[in-house]
Design a binder for this molecule. Structure first.
Ligand code: ADP
Ligand code: MG
Length: 568
């Protein structure tokens, strides 16, 4: 493979021995096959009747989920084209939070349909052009069908939050959880000339297994999964003055090996006394500022704890950096890096700081903060795996509420907008010249992969359902979709299954970009695995690149003999 012959039959060696190359059709077929496999994996988990996946990592840790992005992240794929699908689920997750499975299913369908055109000798560039135009049109059609809502209309936001939970394990608790999610987002949303922005990092999500999902709650303030450091401290402080400290209340240990020679007990005592004196000075600075609560990002020495306790100060150590930022925002305190800089003006405030028992742990709750926009969602569920999945579902739900607040337009769910756009594109395709038309038609077929998958996963007949859906939509009932829970075709809006326009747009853009990128590849060259890059060296080959399909594994089997090829 690595050597290519010239006309005079002289082999010209371009690639190192062991490198693998696949070209043209071969490369395309191979990439499409890999992407299709990825789409097939997540396909069965789409929609409210979708199945969950159990993923076991190399350490034996088990994750059970039906979240597309999580599934693909955990399975750690190696094929370069498959990796691109994993990436779109990741970007979709970051951009809009929901729709990760749909994006991958759509990309897989786009590639599958493109393959049938490639077999008919349609050049990939033409397919790519057709797809790009269709994607743009699809987004327009989605825009047309979308309905504007009031950005902070709680009733609509609740429906949107609930729809995103319909496909998750938390469906049964979606009323209660949606209420919490919407409350949380509304309380952190900022309004700027009629437009809202939401930073969901302002919402702290803490989870603890034990109890049931019903026990989940929203706390107006910040919850720290840490306990008070010393039992002599008050476990409750009202009208607290809070110091946020990012330096250890400990004596710095020397970095280098230093020896202190102590020859008599007197010296030992004065050494310890000196240490105590230094710690006392530190604590005095804290006391001097007027703080009644100390939240420290670093450690607090036993002696310092003792002095703080004596002064009646409540202290917590090793608070996470992200929590320090949230606390600063919530309480109005400034994070202080040097105790000499700690003054009264740097302190924040909260009405109530107290330690509460959460299952077997003790956590510190900082409530009634100066800045009312700080909230924590405290998630509970019977077991660790369940509470992990609850957290993922809550993330999706928070994101969709954010999405509509920022772009207050909604569409129906249940495959309704996808079918609508598909029908419109099929009509519009007729206006295209030549083979691009074929590509546009395939694009609409691919869009229908979403309703097809929803029907299939619900045990409905996919083809019958889709034709029924299409014919009703053509009659003008544009909110018609597949009501999976009732196993029939119906009006999704009256069933309160609504989703943000932003999610649907993102699915179309992400999927078509990935599909086009994969289609444009006609040459895959994988350099040989080097026998052993120096440990920690960057830029080594991604593992398994050598195992490119179509070539027997081990073809690049030069492992252990670095550069031998060059010497022969
Ligand atoms: P994704 O990761 O793409 O969000 P989901 O498994 O959450 O995947 O499934 C989302 C799809 O399920 C969307 O197309 C949505 O409209 C649809 N859906 C959600 N609830 C219902 C329902 N009750 N009936 C029909 N479709 C639904
Ligand atoms: Mg979803």
């Amino acid at each position: 493979m690595a050597a290519q012959a010239t006309k005079a039959n002289m082999p010209v060696v371009i690639l190192k021995d062991g490198a693998e190359q696949s070209k043209g059709r071969e490369a395309q077929k191979n990439n499409i096959a890999a992407a299709k496999i990825i789409a097939e994996i997540v396909h069965t988990s789409l929609g409210p009747r979708g199945m969950d996946k159990m993923l076991v990592d190399s350490l034996g840790d088990v994750t059970i989920t039906n979240d597309g992005a999580t599934i693909l992240k955990e399975i750690d794929v190696q094929h370069p084209a498959a990796k691109m699908l994993v990436e779109i689920s990741k970007t979709t997750d970051n951009e809009v939070g929901d729709g990760t499975t749909s994006a991958v299913v759509l990309a897989g369908a786009l590639l599958e349909h493109a393959e049938s055109l490639i077999i008919q000798d349609v050049h990939p560039t033409i397919i790519v052009d057709g797809y790009r135009k269709s994607a743009k049109k699809a987004k327009q059609f989605l825009d047309d069908i979308a309905e504007k809502i009031t950005a902070n209309d709680k009733a609509s936001l609740l429906k949107i939050a609930k729809t995103s939970m319909q496909t998750k394990l938390v469906r049964k608790n979606s009323d209660q959880l949606a209420e919490m999610v919407v409350k949380a987002v509304l309380s952190v949303a900022e309004k700027n000339n009629e437009k809202y922005t939401v930073d969901i990092d302002d919402i702290k999500v803490e989870k603890k297994s034990g109890g049931s999902i019903n026990d989940s709650a929203i706390v107006k303030g910040i919850v720290l999964d840490k306990e008070i450091v010393h039992s002599g401290m008050p476990n409750k402080v009202t009208a607290g003055k809070i110091a946020l400290i990012n330096t250890a209340l400990e004596i710095n240990k020397t970095e280098t090996d230093a020896k202190i020679n102590i020859s008599n007990p007197q010296q030992m005592k004065s050494f310890l006394d000196e240490e105590n004196r230094m710690l006392k000075t530190m604590v005095d600075k804290v006391i001097g500022s007027g703080a009644t609560v100390v939240l420290c990002q670093k450690g607090i020495d036993d002696m310092a704890q003792h002095y703080l306790a004596k002064a009646g100060i409540l202290a917590v150590r090793r608070v996470k950096e992200s929590d320090m930022t949230k606390l600063a925002k919530a309480t109005g305190a400034r994070v202080v890096n040097n105790l000499d800089d700690l003054f009264e003006k740097d302190l924040g405030s909260a009405e109530l700081i107290q330690e509460k028992k959460v299952e077997e742990d003790k956590w510190v709750f900082v409530e009634g903060c100066k800045h009312p926009k700080s909230v924590t969602l405290l998630l509970r569920a019977g077991s660790q795996r369940v509470v992990d999945e609850v957290e993922r579902s809550i993330h999706d739900s928070l994101m969709v509420v954010k999405d509509v607040m920022e772009l207050p337009s909604i569409v129906a769910g249940g495959g309704s907008p996808e079918t609508y756009a598909a029908t419109k594109i099929r009509n519009w395709a007729k206006s295209l010249e030549g083979r691009e038309q074929l590509a546009a038609e395939k694009f609409s077929d691919a869009l229908e992969a979403i309703p097809l998958a929803l029907a299939e996963n619900a045990g409905m007949d996919p083809i019958d359902t889709l034709t029924n859906l299409r014919s009703k939509q053509i009659k003008g009932e544009k909110w018609i979709g597949i009501d999976v829970m009732k196993a029939k075709v119906g009006n999704m809006k009256t069933s309160d299954i609504i989703e943000p326009l932003a999610v649907k747009q993102q699915i179309v853009s992400a999927a078509s970009e990935a599909a086009c990128m994969i289609l444009r590849i006609d040459d895959v060259i994988a350099t040989a695995k080097s026998a052993g890059p120096p440990p920690g060296a960057e830029g080594g080959m991604p593992p398994g690149m050598g195992g490119m399909g179509g070539m027997p594994p081990g073809m690049g089997g030069m492992g252990g003999m670095p550069d031998m090829g060059g010497m022969m």
